[in-house]
Ligand binder design. Structure first.
Ligand code: ZN
Length: 147
């Protein structure tokens, strides 16, 4: 992706910001100016939770041009809790059996590095969402506060 285009889309890429139609309440990602469902204008920005489930996925063995250093990777279609489908690379899935319906969450990661002009592109990926007991076990013990 060219740098100006990336710069224009950075809010969508860093914060998973889409838009929501005030007329029919459908949410879109990436953001739209006019609602494809009901043709209403004036769509409002909407930030998504980043939580969703795997709708479909595919293991990529032949990366597209510019991603050759990434090697084989998994791309998923994620159904966000708010409705839109997002296509993104899955991360932290080594040794994980990816399955349809698996809960995932968005994380910001390095997407690519352009050695020619030195910029590093960050963006969203999705990783498996830990079930709550594991998430609690992984977080450090809260420190006791004495007042
Ligand atoms: Zn609409």
């Amino acid at each position: 992706m060219q740098l100006p285009r990336y710069h224009r889309l950075r809010r969508a890429y860093y914060r998973l910001e889409g838009s929501r139609c005030p007329a029919c309440e459908t949410s879109y990602f990436p953001p739209r100016g006019i609602c494809p469902s009901c043709r209403a204008g004036g769509l409002q920005p909407r930030s998504f939770s980043g939580r969703g489930t795997i709708y479909s996925f595919s293991r990529m063995h032949q990366p597209p041009r510019g991603f050759s250093e990434v090697g084989p990777y998994t791309v998923g279609m994620v159904r966000l809790e708010e409705g839109p489908l997002v296509v993104a690379q899955l991360t932290d899935v080594d040794g994980v059996e990816v399955s349809i319906g698996m809960p995932v969450e968005m994380v910001t990661r390095k997407i690519r590095e352009n050695a020619d002009n030195g910029y590093i592109v960050y963006g969203y990926k999705f990783r498996p969402r830990m079930p709550l007991p594991m998430a609690l076990a992984a977080s450090p013990e809260p420190e006791e506060v004495v007042l």
